[in-house]
Design a protein around this ligand. Sequence first.
Ligand code: WT7
Length: 658
Amino acid sequence: MMQNNMNVDESLYIIQPPQRVSDGSYINSIEKYKELYNESINSPITFWGEQANKFLTWFSPFTDVSIGNLSQGDIGWFLNGKLNVSYNCIDRHLQENRDKVAIIFEGDEPNRVQKITYYELYLQVCRLANLLLSLGVKKGDTVAIYLPNTPDAIYSMLACARIGAVHSVIFGGFGVEAIISRIEDSHSKIIITADEGMRGGRSIPLKKNIDSAVYHCKFVEKVLVFKNTGGNIQWNAEKDLWAQEAMQEQRPYCPPVQMDSEDPLFLLYTSGSTGKPKGLLHTQAGYLLYAAMTHRYVFDYRDSDIYACVADVGWITGHSYIVYGPLCNGATTFIFEGTPMYPNASRYWDMIERHRITQFYTAPTAIRSLMKFSVDMVEKHDRSSLRVLGSVGEPINPEAWRWYNQYVGQGQCAIVDTYWQTETGGHIITPLPGATPTKPGSATLPFFGIQLAILDPQTGQLQEETKSEGVLVLTQPWPGMARTIYKSHSRYLDTYMRPYPGYYFTGDGVSRDQDGYYWISGRVDDVINVSGHRLGTAELESALVGCSSCAEAAVIGYPHDIKGQGILAFVTLKHGYQEDEQTITLLKMEVRNTIGAFATPDRIIITPSLPKTRSGKIMRRILRKIASNESSPEQLGDLSTLAEPETVQYLINKVKSN
Ligand code: WT7
């Protein structure tokens, strides 16, 4: 993980919220935050019941606020309430805000801009919902969505929500194998895709990847294809259908289905430390409430704002903070197909100026790559519209935090470093713009209703001192939490509820300073975080072993200037293969094709053997140290349990010379 400068105690630096941000904000002092926070913890039933009635429109009221506990993993919220998420995100805004812009879309090329009003959004979603119904999609069916980051993705998600179908968005950067494993697991008979995506001036063959996946997944019945680039694609007359054309034949009114609070809303696959990706399941009311509420308070969202999250809808950030949170709040939400570097490194700042963006939400990896350029790239654009700058996906190092604050925000914006996970549905540790004094590198304090604790990783013992460190857990359920892993509830319990009984386990290491501020240090399991993308080392290893040359692989993360963590693979080769450039290229290609370009290993080290215990277990702890250049004998510690200690010296030399 990115290390803080060891000579500086970052926890002592405190930055007060700028006056211009506090003025008029919902929560405008730390005292007010504490008051509301205490209320949310002391009377959760009253608190959440009130919020659910304030933020959501119900077709019929819930009878109980919550049920279940973390020990049992039988959690439900707002029981027996009936609502529809697409109704909450669209219909209810029509009366007063029919012509308000709901979506500003900017394509990969800066001149491709489209503004979609709430009424236009409504018509598109209704047409697509009716089209899905006409194809036989029923409540509870899963629909896979593999689209570029365009409004079509938003239409698709909301169309599913309208008819009670469960969407499963597959990030457009995933390759064929990753698509196959996801649509097989969710058994999606309908796939929504586009001809191609565009990123940084390059096209991405989405339909082609779907064709390969469909070839394996015979149960797929229809592929709806949105035209995005107009590029050439193969056409399978039996299964393929042009989405826009077919939508034109549908009636632009589709009644929203009444859903139960606890009916599934979507699946989103994410990597764990072992095995194949987990299909985390989020439900209707609790998720929507939590996304909307965090969106409103964490970005201090107000009616006339132009709110921009530049993530991809393929990740939870896009689900909660491009689509569900903002639209539930009736916001103007921005969706961006491209990259921060195209056509040049001013793209973000240029968009902020042109659209008068008020909240801007991105990832530390983007900030780190942009701070390498002259500040002139930032300063030549007017950023005076900005009030809140958000960061998400990985710990933000203090240097990047300060650059973001000083150069992008001109010291006039609140920086919100938001810590959360696919599993949490929304932010769980975060500053509030007008209220929370910040410290660069700390996600600060828990959101309303979130109760945190720190445990000793080995003994599970509660760390009661304010200043302490260990693993981060939550002690009470919250409405936004994932309810299960699709078709694997026991895996859900094993992963989150059983490691420390009675608690929800985040998988992250953390420390808490003298002021009670939380500092996330990163994953304590075999999950790595590359540019804010979560990858399981086991998945990467199994992709490598799929290559004909590879006998065995061990993958670990190592500190990387831009990406946060880079991917280093230690590989032993099968007989008859030798270490040369071609072998290494093929290994990298294998991972790229199997998982996706973002998972390509940065470095591959070929070795005759891997450090193992005498019982044959790969000693990752040692590999991690070698990769981080912490390979002095004191740093490596006890090697006496190794089967072949000489392997370690071999690898130390090789990593240094590579
Ligand atoms: C993991 C979750 C949450 C949306 C994007 C990633 C790391 C995320 C922060 C942050 C430190 C962070 C954690 C977490 N993480 N945000 N602000 N500070 N670490 O979602 O793919 O589910 O990954 O990302 O390690 O467990 P995800």
